[in-house]
Design a protein around this ligand. Structure first.
Ligand SMILES: Cc1ncc(COP(=O)(O)O)c(C=O)c1O
Length: 428
């Protein structure tokens, strides 16, 4: 049996995997266009017709089959703007998954509303519609599913629950650019969808975000909230007609970021196709290894965005090994696995009452430990996922077939040597 690299054996590989972000001549051309002109911002409301931000919005909307795609500063404020466009107010409740990026829930607090954590589904790691149903109460206003790692949440079930209870839906699509379910792209199912173009994302300008909707009146509110709450007056688009009607701040994206995003959008289809093909190859190989599972809804109608390639291991088959220790062994073999989330969102100190004692969320404070138990929301699936999940980031899937085969070889190698790793753990 080949000796693990962790214990001095030869690694499966020494060559690095593709790095991220990637830019090139496309991005440079768009950037030069901005530099050469005298338009470095997208206009008072961020939507001047000849701004690159507007062009990027149109192209991104076309990619997702949506009517309005409105660039904003980042994916976190995109969620805040979407909630505010729906009229969510302090004290309203928003149901969020307990296994996601922190700002899915903190953006709810930032508008004074209360995040109510629900569990995820075992087979998808996305919000569980049955658990959502259990948590709907008189103050619930919005369901906020996250398409985790690019995998679509069960949107038909979410839509049904929202319809039954008169709720709105905001989809957090930060990790799901280009994902789809039943031919309908992410961001098109709910009332609004939000995206992020932060540096790790599959389309990036270092920072950036976007709000998507098919509803013209919501789009009008998003445009206003993006720029100081300014609405256009009856006189049309002349800037002198702008009046501030909502309290808001400046959440516009700069033209430099939109330029980079236009370049990224052009390279997206080719990269997306490569990720899909490599993920399929990986999944074929992974199926053969006992105790390992690729977390994916096995429906041909789902197009995965592959922001993350999520792997769950059977805790018993791997001796309850900590995900970070399993990653150490795989990293030593030259495979850049990273641990998944180490704790459910509600275990972050930010949700402790003492850390919430500020003017932003008095209602959340009032409710903690009362109707909404944020500290102990009982999400066993999320708890379990935190103990047994490892991740490959999307850039790894931009490699070639040999790169994928090396991943499978390293997973087999670690699987066969697992007792050696566990014995060392025990000694330490
Ligand atoms: C699921 C999810 N929601 C929200 C965000 C926030 O986006 P941003 O970092 O652009 O604020 C991110 C990414 O960072 C994310 O992964």
């Amino acid at each position: 049996m080949a000796k693990l690299a962790l214990f001095g054996g030869s690694p499966v590989r020494n060559e690095p995997y593709p790095s991220w972000p990637q830019g090139g001549s496309g991005e440079s051309l768009w950037l030069e266009k901005v530099l050469a002109g005298n338009r470095w911002f997208a206009g008072l409301q961020g939507d001047d017709p000849d701004a690159l931000g507007s062009l990027f919005g149109e192209r991104f909307a076309a990619l997702h089959g949506a009517r309005f795609a409105l660039p904003v500063a980042n994916g976190s404020v995109a969620i805040e703007i979407a909630l505010r466009a729906l009229g969510v107010k302090p004290g309203d409740e928003v149901i969020v998954p307990s296994y996601t990026f922190i700002s899915t829930a903190t953006s709810v607090l930032m508008v004074g509303a209360v995040p109510v954590f629900a569990d995820i589904e075992f087979h998808s790691y996305c919000l569980d519609p049955r658990d959502v149903a259990r948590r709907i109460g008189p103050n619930t206003r919005v369901i906020l599913p996250v398409h985790l790692g690019g995998q679509m949440a069960d949107m038909p079930a979410m839509m049904e629950a929202a319809k039954q209870h008169g709720l709105s839906i905001v989809e957090d699509c930060a990790q799901a650019i280009g994902s789809a379910l039943g031919g309908k792209r992410a961001g098109n199912w709910g009332d609004l969808g939000t995206f992020s173009f932060q540096s790790n994302k599959t389309m990036t300008a270092g920072e950036g975000g976007l709000v998507m909707t098919n509803d013209p009146s919501l789009a009008e509110r998003v445009v206003a909230l993006r720029a100081f709450g300014r609405f256009k007056g009856k006189g049309g688009v002349r800037s002198s007609d702008l009046t501030c009607q909502y309290l808001s701040s400046n959440y516009r994206l700069s033209e430099f970021q939109s330029a980079v995003l236009l370049g990224q959008l052009e390279r997206f289809p080719e990269q997306d196709a490569r990720r899909q093909a490599n993920a399929t190859r990986l999944t074929e190989g992974l199926k053969e290894i006992p105790g390992l599972d690729h977390i994916r809804v096995n429906k041909s109608s789902m197009k995965h965005g592959y922001y993350y390639y999520l792997v769950r291991y059977e805790p018993e088959a791997y001796g309850n090994l900590d995900p970070a220790r399993l990653c150490d062994a795989l990293n030593a073999e030259g495979i850049p696995f990273v641990p998944g989330d180490r704790k459910p969102l509600y275990r972050h100190p930010v949700f402790e009452t003492r850390n919430l004692s500020n003017h932003l969320c008095p209602h959340a404070l009032e409710r903690y430990g009362q109707a909404v138990d944020l500290k102990n929301p009982e999400c066993p699936v999320a708890e379990e996922a935190c103990k047994s999940t490892i991740i490959l980031r999307h850039q790894v899937l931009l490699g070639d077939t040999k790169d994928m085969d090396d991943i499978i070889e390293a997973l087999w190698k670690v699987h066969k040597n697992i007792n050696e790793i566990l014995a060392k753990e025990e000694k330490e």
